[in-house]
Every structure is written in structure tokens, then in C-alpha cells.
Design a protein around this ligand. Sequence first.
Ligand SMILES: [Zn+2]
Ligand SMILES: [Zn+2]
Length: 136
Amino acid sequence: MESQTLRDAGLRVTAQRTAVLEAVGRLPHATADAVLAEVRTSLPTVSVQAVYDVLHALAGAGLLRRIEPAGHPARYERRVADNHHHVVCRGCGAIDDVDCAVGPSPCLTPSSTSGFTVETAEVTYWGLCPACQGAA
Ligand SMILES: [Zn+2]
Ligand SMILES: [Zn+2]
């Protein structure tokens, strides 16, 4: 399945690319470090740089989405086909998906575009996750 995904994107199938795709599929919103640890369970000798390079290539090919919450390391996910948003915990950095609230991507209709053509929108909701609320 991962190999077909890579081929469809015009990428050569390698063990590293397949393992990174699988790892991000198992760990949505994973940091590069978490992806590295997961990939090393199947490819123990893979280098840090190799995993970073693969993440970069897969994101560039549109197979992974890169999320960069301010002040937190970048996260990667395979849910790329929609324009969903994220809620981020300002305590522990936990992150989850937020679907568009109403209808098809209402967030793509800003009150003013200043003449720009809008293609995507990224909304980050900040707050405290349930675990951090309990600790507060
Ligand atoms: Zn938290
Ligand atoms: Zn997401």
C-alpha cells in the first residue's frame, strides 16, 4: 500500500520511505524524533539525516503534511487530502485534529483577501489538553 502511494506520487520506492510513511501513519502528528524512533524499530541502522531527508521529500511530494506550531517542533501527518486544522496544548504540546466546523472548508472564505488567491488555510487553536487541565 505504501509502495503504491510512493509510485503514485512519482517517487522511487525505498525501504526508508516506506518505513517513514508507515511510521507517520501509526503516529499522526509525530515529531521527526518520534518518527525516527518508530522507523528504527524496523530499520535499526537508519540515520537521523536519512529520516529527515525522507520526511522532507515526502512532504514535498504532498504525501505528508508538515505542521509547525509556534515554539514547538514540526509534526508530520498523513491526513493531507483535506484542509483540517489543529488544536495544540500550550502546556505539553499535545496536538489533535479539528475538522472545519461547517460545510466545505468555510475557512477558505476570509473576510478580506487583499486581492490574493486563497488556496489553503491553517488555523491553530491553542489551549490546555485534558491532562494539563487536570494538573493545573
Ligand atoms: Zn497538555
Ligand atoms: Zn492533523
